[in-house]
Design a protein around this ligand. Sequence first.
Ligand code: ADP
Ligand code: MG
Length: 334
Amino acid sequence: MLNEDQIKQSLEAVLVPDVRRSIVGLNLVREITVSDGKVKVNLASAALSESAQDWVSTKAREVIGKLPEVKEVTVEFSEAKPSEVNKISYIIAVMSGKGGVGKSLVAGLSAVSLKRQGYEVGILDADITGPSIPKMFGINDRPTGSASGILPVLSRSGIEVMSINLLLPSEDDAVIWRGPLIANTIKQFGEDVLWGKLDYLIIDLPPGTADAPLTVMQSFPISGVIIVFTPQDLVEMIVKKAVNMTQKMGKRILGVVENMSYLYVPEIDKKIEIFGKSRAEQMASTAGAPLLGQLPIDPELAKLCDEGGIERYNGEIMTTLGKAINQAISAKVK
Ligand SMILES: Nc1ncnc2c1ncn2[C@@H]1O[C@H](COP(=O)(O)OP(=O)(O)O)[C@@H](O)[C@H]1O
Ligand SMILES: [Mg+2]
Protein backbone atom coordinates (compact mmCIF):
# COMPACT_ATOMS: atom_id res chain seq x y z
CA MET A 1 0.00 0.00 0.00
CA LEU A 2 1.18 3.43 -0.90
CA ASN A 3 2.01 5.36 2.27
CA GLU A 4 3.51 8.64 3.49
CA ASP A 5 6.86 7.13 4.50
CA GLN A 6 7.35 5.77 1.01
CA ILE A 7 6.66 9.18 -0.46
CA LYS A 8 8.96 10.93 2.00
CA GLN A 9 11.69 8.46 1.12
CA SER A 10 11.29 9.18 -2.56
CA LEU A 11 11.60 12.91 -1.85
CA GLU A 12 15.15 12.31 -0.54
CA ALA A 13 16.09 12.36 -4.22
CA VAL A 14 14.79 15.90 -4.74
CA LEU A 15 17.76 18.20 -4.29
CA VAL A 16 17.42 21.95 -3.87
CA PRO A 17 19.48 23.69 -6.58
CA ASP A 18 22.74 25.32 -5.37
CA VAL A 19 22.80 23.73 -1.89
CA ARG A 20 22.38 20.27 -3.39
CA ARG A 21 20.74 18.98 -0.24
CA SER A 22 17.42 17.19 -0.38
CA ILE A 23 14.15 18.85 0.59
CA VAL A 24 13.90 16.25 3.33
CA GLY A 25 17.37 17.07 4.71
CA LEU A 26 16.49 20.76 4.61
CA ASN A 27 13.32 19.96 6.51
CA LEU A 28 11.08 21.55 3.89
CA VAL A 29 8.48 18.78 3.80
CA ARG A 30 5.55 19.97 5.93
CA GLU A 31 2.78 17.58 5.09
CA ILE A 32 2.11 14.57 2.93
CA THR A 33 -1.38 13.22 2.40
CA VAL A 34 -2.36 10.16 0.41
CA SER A 35 -5.85 9.09 -0.47
CA ASP A 36 -6.96 6.80 -3.20
CA GLY A 37 -3.71 7.17 -5.17
CA LYS A 38 -3.89 10.95 -4.98
CA VAL A 39 -0.81 12.45 -3.34
CA LYS A 40 -0.60 15.96 -1.92
CA VAL A 41 2.68 17.40 -0.73
CA ASN A 42 3.04 20.65 1.15
CA LEU A 43 6.50 22.21 1.21
CA ALA A 44 7.92 25.20 3.09
CA SER A 45 9.07 27.93 0.75
CA ALA A 46 11.89 29.12 3.06
CA ALA A 47 14.75 30.72 1.11
CA LEU A 48 13.70 29.06 -2.15
CA SER A 49 13.44 31.45 -5.07
CA GLU A 50 10.56 31.07 -7.49
CA SER A 51 12.69 29.22 -10.00
CA ALA A 52 14.01 26.93 -7.26
CA GLN A 53 10.42 26.24 -6.21
CA ASP A 54 9.48 25.40 -9.80
CA TRP A 55 12.40 23.03 -10.09
CA VAL A 56 11.66 21.33 -6.79
CA SER A 57 8.00 21.00 -7.61
CA THR A 58 8.70 19.42 -11.02
CA LYS A 59 11.22 17.00 -9.53
CA ALA A 60 8.94 16.05 -6.67
CA ARG A 61 6.06 15.28 -9.04
CA GLU A 62 8.44 13.25 -11.16
CA VAL A 63 9.80 11.02 -8.36
CA ILE A 64 6.43 10.52 -6.71
CA GLY A 65 4.84 9.80 -10.07
CA LYS A 66 7.17 6.83 -10.47
CA LEU A 67 5.86 5.10 -7.36
CA PRO A 68 3.35 2.31 -7.94
CA GLU A 69 -0.32 3.10 -7.33
CA VAL A 70 0.15 6.88 -7.72
CA LYS A 71 -2.56 8.44 -9.89
CA GLU A 72 -2.15 12.13 -9.23
CA VAL A 73 0.43 14.38 -7.55
CA THR A 74 -0.04 17.94 -6.31
CA VAL A 75 2.84 19.94 -4.86
CA GLU A 76 2.14 23.16 -2.99
CA PHE A 77 4.35 25.66 -1.23
CA SER A 78 3.44 27.56 1.89
CA GLU A 79 5.24 30.58 3.32
CA ALA A 80 7.76 29.78 6.04
CA LYS A 81 10.88 31.48 7.29
CA PRO A 82 14.10 29.50 7.61
CA SER A 83 13.94 29.93 11.40
CA GLU A 84 10.64 28.02 11.41
CA VAL A 85 12.14 25.18 9.43
CA ASN A 86 15.63 24.81 10.90
CA LYS A 87 16.16 21.91 13.26
CA ILE A 88 19.64 21.87 14.74
CA SER A 89 20.47 19.41 17.51
CA TYR A 90 23.63 21.03 18.84
CA ILE A 91 25.21 24.43 18.33
CA ILE A 92 28.83 24.61 19.37
CA ALA A 93 30.82 27.84 19.57
CA VAL A 94 34.60 27.81 19.19
CA MET A 95 36.38 30.45 21.25
CA SER A 96 39.93 31.58 21.89
CA GLY A 97 41.59 34.08 24.21
CA LYS A 98 43.27 35.87 21.32
CA GLY A 99 43.60 35.76 17.54
CA GLY A 100 45.98 33.60 15.58
CA VAL A 101 45.93 30.53 17.82
CA GLY A 102 44.12 28.39 15.26
CA LYS A 103 40.51 28.96 16.32
CA SER A 104 39.16 28.88 12.76
CA LEU A 105 41.27 25.85 12.01
CA VAL A 106 39.86 23.95 14.99
CA ALA A 107 36.33 25.04 14.04
CA GLY A 108 36.95 23.71 10.51
CA LEU A 109 38.54 20.46 11.69
CA SER A 110 35.69 19.88 14.16
CA ALA A 111 33.17 20.20 11.35
CA VAL A 112 35.10 17.88 9.04
CA SER A 113 35.70 15.31 11.75
CA LEU A 114 32.03 15.25 12.78
CA LYS A 115 31.00 14.95 9.14
CA ARG A 116 33.28 11.94 8.75
CA GLN A 117 31.53 10.35 11.73
CA GLY A 118 28.38 10.50 9.65
CA TYR A 119 26.69 13.57 11.12
CA GLU A 120 25.02 16.39 9.22
CA VAL A 121 27.13 19.45 9.91
CA GLY A 122 27.09 23.17 9.21
CA ILE A 123 29.67 25.81 9.95
CA LEU A 124 28.99 29.49 10.52
CA ASP A 125 31.87 31.88 10.17
CA ALA A 126 31.01 34.59 12.69
CA ASP A 127 34.54 35.95 12.86
CA ILE A 128 33.88 39.01 10.78
CA THR A 129 37.30 40.44 11.61
CA GLY A 130 39.02 37.73 9.60
CA PRO A 131 36.67 35.32 7.89
CA SER A 132 38.89 32.41 6.94
CA ILE A 133 36.44 29.51 6.82
CA PRO A 134 35.48 29.78 3.10
CA LYS A 135 39.16 29.94 2.16
CA MET A 136 39.99 26.82 4.18
CA PHE A 137 37.17 24.93 2.44
CA GLY A 138 37.98 26.36 -0.99
CA ILE A 139 34.53 27.92 -1.37
CA ASN A 140 33.98 30.89 -3.66
CA ASP A 141 30.34 30.42 -4.67
CA ARG A 142 27.96 33.15 -3.70
CA PRO A 143 25.00 31.97 -1.68
CA THR A 144 21.61 32.16 -3.40
CA GLY A 145 18.18 32.56 -1.89
CA SER A 146 14.97 34.54 -1.93
CA ALA A 147 13.44 37.49 -0.12
CA SER A 148 12.75 35.28 2.87
CA GLY A 149 16.16 33.70 3.34
CA ILE A 150 19.61 32.59 2.20
CA LEU A 151 20.83 29.12 1.31
CA PRO A 152 24.19 27.99 2.68
CA VAL A 153 26.91 26.85 0.30
CA LEU A 154 27.78 23.16 0.40
CA SER A 155 31.43 22.16 0.79
CA ARG A 156 32.98 19.29 -1.17
CA SER A 157 32.27 16.77 1.58
CA GLY A 158 28.75 18.10 2.16
CA ILE A 159 29.20 20.55 5.02
CA GLU A 160 26.90 23.61 4.92
CA VAL A 161 28.96 26.80 5.04
CA MET A 162 27.87 30.39 5.66
CA SER A 163 30.15 33.37 5.99
CA ILE A 164 29.87 37.08 5.46
CA ASN A 165 32.88 36.69 3.22
CA LEU A 166 30.69 34.87 0.72
CA LEU A 167 28.31 37.82 0.52
CA LEU A 168 30.95 40.47 -0.17
CA PRO A 169 31.58 41.61 -3.74
CA SER A 170 35.24 40.56 -3.56
CA GLU A 171 37.08 38.24 -1.20
CA ASP A 172 39.57 40.98 -0.41
CA ASP A 173 37.00 43.57 0.65
CA ALA A 174 37.78 44.28 4.26
CA VAL A 175 34.79 44.49 6.54
CA ILE A 176 35.08 47.67 8.50
CA TRP A 177 31.81 47.62 10.34
CA ARG A 178 30.75 48.90 13.65
CA GLY A 179 29.79 46.53 16.45
CA PRO A 180 25.98 46.80 16.29
CA LEU A 181 25.94 46.22 12.54
CA ILE A 182 28.08 43.12 12.92
CA ALA A 183 25.84 41.86 15.71
CA ASN A 184 22.77 42.31 13.52
CA THR A 185 24.31 40.53 10.56
CA ILE A 186 25.27 37.56 12.71
CA LYS A 187 21.82 37.44 14.22
CA GLN A 188 20.39 37.32 10.72
CA PHE A 189 22.61 34.38 9.91
CA GLY A 190 20.84 32.50 12.67
CA GLU A 191 17.36 33.46 11.55
CA ASP A 192 17.57 33.75 7.78
CA VAL A 193 19.90 30.95 6.73
CA LEU A 194 18.16 27.75 5.73
CA TRP A 195 20.32 25.23 7.59
CA GLY A 196 17.59 22.59 7.57
CA LYS A 197 18.12 19.50 9.70
CA LEU A 198 21.59 19.45 11.24
CA ASP A 199 23.18 17.38 13.97
CA TYR A 200 25.85 20.01 14.59
CA LEU A 201 26.31 23.67 13.78
CA ILE A 202 29.83 24.90 14.54
CA ILE A 203 30.30 28.63 15.04
CA ASP A 204 33.69 30.26 14.56
CA LEU A 205 33.43 33.13 17.07
CA PRO A 206 35.37 36.40 16.86
CA PRO A 207 38.61 36.19 18.91
CA GLY A 208 38.83 37.21 22.55
CA THR A 209 36.60 36.89 25.56
CA ALA A 210 35.09 40.37 25.46
CA ASP A 211 31.99 41.85 23.81
CA ALA A 212 32.17 40.55 20.25
CA PRO A 213 32.01 36.81 20.96
CA LEU A 214 29.44 37.45 23.68
CA THR A 215 27.09 39.24 21.28
CA VAL A 216 27.32 36.37 18.84
CA MET A 217 26.70 33.77 21.52
CA GLN A 218 23.61 35.62 22.66
CA SER A 219 22.10 35.31 19.20
CA PHE A 220 22.12 31.50 19.23
CA PRO A 221 20.93 28.74 21.53
CA ILE A 222 24.46 27.49 22.14
CA SER A 223 24.85 23.97 23.57
CA GLY A 224 28.46 24.42 24.59
CA VAL A 225 31.77 26.13 23.99
CA ILE A 226 35.14 24.76 22.87
CA ILE A 227 38.20 26.74 23.95
CA VAL A 228 41.26 26.75 21.68
CA PHE A 229 44.68 27.72 23.03
CA THR A 230 48.42 27.21 22.43
CA PRO A 231 51.15 26.28 24.91
CA GLN A 232 52.18 29.95 24.95
CA ASP A 233 48.87 31.17 26.31
CA LEU A 234 48.33 32.37 29.85
CA VAL A 235 46.12 29.52 30.93
CA GLU A 236 44.63 31.00 34.05
CA MET A 237 43.60 34.26 32.48
CA ILE A 238 41.99 32.84 29.36
CA VAL A 239 40.15 30.08 31.10
CA LYS A 240 38.88 32.31 33.90
CA LYS A 241 37.50 34.81 31.42
CA ALA A 242 35.96 32.14 29.24
CA VAL A 243 34.46 30.31 32.21
CA ASN A 244 33.02 33.57 33.56
CA MET A 245 31.52 34.41 30.25
CA THR A 246 29.96 31.03 29.60
CA GLN A 247 28.64 30.77 33.15
CA LYS A 248 27.11 34.22 32.96
CA MET A 249 25.20 33.00 29.95
CA GLY A 250 24.22 29.74 31.57
CA LYS A 251 26.26 27.73 29.06
CA ARG A 252 28.94 25.16 29.61
CA ILE A 253 32.45 24.55 28.36
CA LEU A 254 32.41 21.33 26.36
CA GLY A 255 36.14 20.94 26.29
CA VAL A 256 39.49 22.43 25.35
CA VAL A 257 41.77 21.90 22.34
CA GLU A 258 45.48 22.62 22.40
CA ASN A 259 46.88 23.76 19.07
CA MET A 260 50.55 23.80 18.04
CA SER A 261 51.32 21.41 20.91
CA TYR A 262 54.39 20.00 19.28
CA LEU A 263 56.21 19.41 16.01
CA TYR A 264 56.77 15.84 14.99
CA VAL A 265 60.10 15.19 13.26
CA PRO A 266 59.88 11.85 11.44
CA GLU A 267 63.66 11.58 10.83
CA ILE A 268 64.33 11.25 14.55
CA ASP A 269 60.82 10.03 15.45
CA LYS A 270 60.45 12.73 18.10
CA LYS A 271 57.85 15.26 19.19
CA ILE A 272 59.42 18.64 19.91
CA GLU A 273 57.51 21.11 22.08
CA ILE A 274 58.46 24.25 20.20
CA PHE A 275 56.23 26.65 22.11
CA GLY A 276 57.10 25.23 25.48
CA LYS A 277 55.67 22.49 27.58
CA SER A 278 52.10 21.47 26.91
CA ARG A 279 49.51 23.16 29.08
CA ALA A 280 46.77 20.81 28.00
CA GLU A 281 46.15 19.02 31.30
CA GLN A 282 46.33 22.25 33.27
CA MET A 283 43.94 23.98 30.90
CA ALA A 284 41.45 21.12 31.03
CA SER A 285 41.46 20.93 34.79
CA THR A 286 41.13 24.70 35.24
CA ALA A 287 38.23 24.68 32.79
CA GLY A 288 36.68 21.66 34.48
CA ALA A 289 36.18 20.14 31.04
CA PRO A 290 37.84 17.38 29.01
CA LEU A 291 40.79 17.80 26.66
CA LEU A 292 39.22 17.14 23.27
CA GLY A 293 42.44 17.05 21.32
CA GLN A 294 46.00 18.17 20.79
CA LEU A 295 47.01 19.38 17.37
CA PRO A 296 50.64 19.30 16.24
CA ILE A 297 52.18 22.00 14.09
CA ASP A 298 51.77 20.36 10.72
CA PRO A 299 53.11 22.00 7.54
CA GLU A 300 50.86 19.71 5.49
CA LEU A 301 47.82 21.08 7.30
CA ALA A 302 48.92 24.69 6.73
CA LYS A 303 49.35 23.92 3.03
CA LEU A 304 45.94 22.27 2.73
CA CYS A 305 44.29 25.25 4.44
CA ASP A 306 45.97 27.64 2.03
CA GLU A 307 44.76 25.57 -0.91
CA GLY A 308 41.22 25.26 0.40
CA GLY A 309 41.64 21.55 1.00
CA ILE A 310 41.08 21.14 4.75
CA GLU A 311 38.67 18.30 4.00
CA ARG A 312 41.53 16.24 2.59
CA TYR A 313 43.52 16.31 5.85
CA ASN A 314 44.14 12.90 7.38
CA GLY A 315 45.91 13.63 10.65
CA GLU A 316 44.98 11.62 13.73
CA ILE A 317 42.83 14.49 15.03
CA MET A 318 40.38 13.90 12.19
CA THR A 319 39.10 10.72 13.80
CA THR A 320 39.57 11.65 17.46
CA LEU A 321 38.13 15.18 17.54
CA GLY A 322 34.63 14.34 16.30
CA LYS A 323 34.37 11.41 18.69
CA ALA A 324 35.54 13.53 21.63
CA ILE A 325 33.05 16.31 20.83
CA ASN A 326 30.27 13.81 20.51
CA GLN A 327 31.16 12.23 23.84
CA ALA A 328 31.40 15.59 25.58
CA ILE A 329 28.02 16.72 24.29
CA SER A 330 26.26 13.59 25.43
CA ALA A 331 28.00 13.57 28.83
CA LYS A 332 25.78 14.57 31.74
CA VAL A 333 26.32 18.10 32.99
CA LYS A 334 27.76 18.03 36.49
N1 ADP B 1 48.58 23.21 13.94
C1 ADP B 1 48.86 23.96 12.86
N2 ADP B 1 49.71 23.51 11.93
C2 ADP B 1 50.00 24.28 10.86
N3 ADP B 1 49.49 25.48 10.62
C3 ADP B 1 48.62 26.00 11.51
C4 ADP B 1 48.27 25.27 12.67
N4 ADP B 1 47.38 26.00 13.38
C5 ADP B 1 47.20 27.14 12.67
N5 ADP B 1 47.95 27.16 11.56
C6 ADP B 1 47.99 28.23 10.55
O1 ADP B 1 48.01 29.47 11.26
C7 ADP B 1 47.12 30.40 10.67
C8 ADP B 1 46.14 30.96 11.69
O2 ADP B 1 45.17 29.99 12.02
P1 ADP B 1 43.63 30.37 12.21
O3 ADP B 1 42.90 29.13 12.50
O4 ADP B 1 43.15 31.19 11.07
O5 ADP B 1 43.74 31.27 13.52
P2 ADP B 1 42.63 32.13 14.29
O6 ADP B 1 41.32 31.76 13.72
O7 ADP B 1 42.77 31.73 15.71
O8 ADP B 1 42.99 33.55 14.06
C9 ADP B 1 46.45 29.69 9.52
O9 ADP B 1 47.00 30.13 8.31
C10 ADP B 1 46.71 28.20 9.72
O10 ADP B 1 46.91 27.56 8.51
MG1 MG C 1 40.06 32.94 12.53
